[in-house]
Design a protein around this ligand. Structure first.
Ligand code: ACO
Length: 360
C-alpha cells in the first residue's frame, strides 16, 4: 500500500500521458512541444473534447460557443458579485463564484465551465481593485478576451501569445491531484460544475497549483546572486521545500519548464529576471541532488510559470486562479471521460484502529 497512491493506476484516459522517466508530456497523441505556442486554446479544446463533448465541433464552432458561454458566465458573475463575502483571496473568490454555476443550464456544461473561470477571475480582480467589471467580447479569442476583461484594454499580440502558450501548456497533465479529485466527484454523477469546484479546491494548495506565487517570493527574498547559496542552504536546513522543484512523476526535468522558459525569454526585455532565476535554479538543483538522494528532484513547471506570469504583469495573488483558467480545459474533458466510464471510484482503506473485544 502507498499512502500517496504512487504507481497506482486509477483511471484509463485518452487525454494525456506523463512520461516521468523521459520527461515527456503527450496530449491526445501530440508532444506538448508540438502544441504549445502553435495552437489556440480553442484548437486545444477541439482536440481534448473530440468524441467526448455533445455535438463536439472544430475550433471555429468552439470559439462561437465559448464566446456565448462567456456572456452567460458574466451574467452569473454580475448576479453573484454583490453577495461576495469580504476578505476572500482571489482563488477563494473564484471558488465561491464557481459554486454558483448551476448544474443545469441552457449553455452546455463543458462550455460554461471553461468560460466561467476567466470571466470570474477577471471580474473578481477588478472588483478587488475597485474597478467596474468589463464584459466579455464573444468575438475575441479566449486568451485575448481574458486579458481584456482583466485590464480593460486590449493586450499586445506578444502578451496574448505568451498567455495562450501558458494555457495550452498547463491544460492537462494526467491524473494530477486536482484531476483525480474531480474524477472521483464526477464518478458519483455529480456533474461538471461540482466536479470543477472540487478540482479547484485541490489545485489552490501550495503543493499543487499554489506554488508560483511562492516561487517569486523566494526570488525576491534571495534578492541578489551572492545570497543564492546561503539562502537555499538555510531553507533546506530548516526542512523547507523549495518551490518550483520536485514532482511525483517526473524524474527528469518537467518538459513544460523549457516551453515556458522560452516564452519568458521573449518578454519584458532585460527586466524578466530570467538570468537570476537560472542562477537560482542551477544552485537549487545542485543542493537538492546533494541532499535528497532518495529521488532525483528537478525543476517543475511552476518555476518558469512564475516568471512568465510576472513578465505579463499579472498580480502575484492571481497566479493560482490563472493556472485554473488553463487547467479547466483538461478538467472539463476528464469529467466527460469519467462520465463515459460511469464507474464510481471507491477504493478501500486498511483499518488500523482498535477492534471491539468479541463478546464471550
Ligand atoms: N524541496 C526540497 N525537498 C523536496 C522537494 C522540494 N521542492 N520536493 C521533494 N522534496 C523531498 C521530500 O521531502 C522527500 O524528502 P525525504 O527523502 O527526506 O523524505 C524527497 O525530496 C522525495 O520527495 P518526493 O517523494 O519525490 O516528493 P513528492 O512526490 O511527495 O512531492 C511535490 C511532490 C509535492 C511536487 C514536491 O516535490 C514539492 O512539494 N515541491 C515543491 C512545491 C511545488 O513546486 N509544487 C508544484 C508541483 S507542480 C504542479 O502541481 C503543477
Amino acid at each position: 500500500m502507498s499512502l500517496g497512491l504512487d504507481d497506482v493506476i486509477a483511471a484509463e484516459t485518452r487525454l494525456s500521458h506523463v512520461d516521468g522517466e523521459n520527461g515527456r508530456l503527450i496530449i491526445r497523441g501530440y508532444d506538448i512541444e508540438q502544441l504549445a505556442g502553435r495552437i489556440s486554446v480553442e484548437t486545444l479544446l477541439a482536440l481534448l473534447w473530440g468524441g467526448l463533448a455533445p455535438g463536439d465541433g472544430d475550433a471555429r464552432s468552439i470559439a462561437i460557443g465559448l464566446g456565448q458561454a462567456r456572456l452567460r458566465a458574466f451574467a452569473i458573475a454580475s448576479a453573484v458579485l454583490p453577495g461576495l463575502p469580504a476578505g476572500l483571496s482571489p482563488v477563494e473568490g473564484l471558488r465561491f463564484m464557481l459554486a454558483a454555476v448551476p448544474d443545469e443550464d441552457a449553455v452546455p456544461a463543458h462550455l460554461l465551465a471553461v468560460a466561467a473561470v476567466p470571466v470570474f477571475v477577471a471580474t473578481l480582480a477588478r472588483h478587488a481593485a475597485g474597478e467596474a467589471p468589463v464584459a466579455p467580447d464573444p468575438e475575441a479569442g479566449h486568451a485575448a478576451d481574458f486579458l481584456h476583461m482583466l485590464r480593460g484594454v486590449s493586450a499586445s499580440p506578444a502578451h496574448v501569445h505568451a498567455l495562450e502558450t501558458y494555457f495550452v501548456t498547463g491544460a492537462d497533465h494526467g491524473l494530477n491531484a486536482s484531476t483525480f479529485t474531480e474524477r472521483v466527484i464526477a464518478s458519483t454523477r455529480a456533474g461538471m460544475a461540482s466536479s470543477v469546484v472540487g478540482a479547484l479546491c485541490a489545485l489552490k494548495a501550495p503543493l499543487h497549483g499554489g506554488a508560483p506565487g511562492p516561487v517569486l517570493d523566494m526570488l525576491d527574498d534571495i534578492g541578489a546572486e551572492a545570497n543564492i547559496c546561503p539562502w537555499l542552504t538555510a531553507a533546506l536546513d530548516r526542512g523547507e521545500r523549495l518551490m518550483g522543484f520536485g514532482h511525483r512523476i517526473y524524474r527528469v526535468r518537467d518538459p513544460r519548464a523549457d516551453v515556458l522558459k522560452q516564452v519568458v525569454a521573449g518578454l519584458r526585455g532585460d527586466a524578466n529576471r530570467i538570468h537570476f532565476a537560472e542562477a537560482v535554479e542551477e544552485r537549487a538543483l545542485a543542493l537538492l541532488a546533494e541532499r535528497k538522494t532518495r529521488r532525483r528532484l528537478d525543476t517543475n513547471t511552476e518555476f518558469y510559470t512564475a516568471l512568465l506570469l510576472e513578465a505579463l504583469d499579472l498580480p502575484r495573488a492571481l497566479f493560482t486562479s490563472v493556472f485554473a483558467i488553463g487547467r479547466v480545459a483538461g478538467w472539463s474533458a476528464h469529467v466527460m471521460e469519467q462520465e463515459t466510464a460511469d464507474r464510481i471510484i471507491r477504493p478501500l482503506s486498511r483499518y488500523i484502529g482498535s477492534v471491539p473485544l468479541q463478546a464471550a
